[in-house]
Design a protein around this ligand. Structure first.
Ligand code: MEV
Length: 327
């Protein structure tokens, strides 16, 4: 690979994501509501190199993915490698000259916790690759490349996670469609709390699939989640947060009936409600991972404390959405 001018090191980021309503149902074509969660993020740092492209990640120290003919990419780095390879191909198709660089991927998003860690890493990798070539990834291409990386990481991806972590605020998303930005007119509080255990997204998606194969009622439950997502759009855009909280409570019950909650998640969401949250639910694929509570801003701290007292090792109380929080 050749350089046409002296490239500079670049750093690009992508935030975590939180699903308000619609995880799992979105895989089957129902709408979902999700939003980027900037307190946690992934970073990609591209540094000029003498030759070739090498990718490393703080999660897999000692492993390196080299984009060269015949090189066996280590499995954990395959999603990022694919995202970078796709980016370079797109840059070349658009008349750019691929440059040599080392890409360092870092993330403070807990993996396997429903916060879109792998999607954020993929989006940061694509953004850094484009920025290193003095370009910006077109939004649809960014989503497509990150969704492809997600499919490698998890086996199945609705595209919700990569679409959310590349959005600028809450979105309504339907699989295979461009996202619709939702309008927030009044800030609200969110507490995201980790239940302390993780579960692979792909496994949880398969668990729901087996439910659907065995239990005809499960199909109707997914449709109910889709209907809740439509109600959530209305409540969010009209700042009807108590009503939105109740929709989240209903969604948690349905997710539990699909087999993706845990006792710890149930305890954490119950504690959030008792401490004054408008509503709370698990967020993401479940089986562990995070819960999210919608909270009056003045109750952020007590709700976070209650969620931790119920067993969450970490909680992130956040005021959403003030301009400076936008990714
Ligand atoms: C994972 O964050 C969300 C799921 O709906 C899977 C997907 O949409 O790809 C469980």
């Amino acid at each position: 690979m050749t350089s046409t001018q002296s490239p500079q090191s670049v750093v690009e980021r992508a935030p975590a994501k939180v699903i308000l309503i619609g995880e799992h149902a979105v895989v089957y074509g129902h709408p979902a509501i999700a939003l980027p969660f900037p307190p946690l993020s992934a970073r990609g740092t591209a540094v000029p190199a003498a030759a070739g492209v090498a990718i490393r990640s703080d999660r897999y120290s000692g492993l390196v993915a080299r984009l060269q003919e015949g090189y066996e990419i280590p499995k954990p780095l395959k999603p990022a490698a694919e995202a970078v390879r796709g980016s370079l191909e797109a840059i070349e198709r658009a008349g750019g000259v691929p440059r040599s660089f080392d890409l360092y991927l870092e993330s403070d998003i807990p993996p396997g916790s429903g916060l879109g860690s792998s999607a954020a890493v993929a989006v940061a990798a694509v953004r850094a690759t484009f920025r290193f070539h003095d370009r910006e990834a077109p939004p649809a291409l960014l989503r497509m490349l990150a969704t492809r990386a997600e499919a490698i990481a998890h086996g199945t991806s609705s595209g919700l996670d990569p679409t959310t972590v590349s959005a600028h605020g809450p979105i309504r998303y339907v699989r295979d469609h461009a996202p619709v930005d939702l309008n927030v007119v009044k800030p609200f509080g969110l507490v995201v709390a980790d239940s302390g255990t993780t579960a692979p997204t792909g496994q949880m998606v398969m668990r729901v699939k087996s439910r659907l194969d065995e239990d005809p009622q499960a199909v109707a439950r997914l449709a109910e989640l889709g209907a809740l997502a439509e109600r959530a759009v209305q409540h969010l855009e009209h700042a009807e947060y108590p009503e939105l909280g109740r929709v989240m409570d209903e969604a948690h019950l349905i997710l539990g009936s699909l087999g993706v909650s845990t006792d710890r998640l149930d305890a954490i969401v119950t504690a959030a409600r008792s401490a004054g949250a408008f509503g709370a639910k698990l967020s993401g694929a479940g089986g562990g991972g995070c819960a999210v509570a919608l909270v009056p801003i003045e109750r952020l701290r007590p709700v976070a404390e209650a969620m931790m007292a119920a067993g969450a090792p970490m909680a992130w109380p956040t005021q959403y959405l003030i301009e400076s929080d936008k990714p």
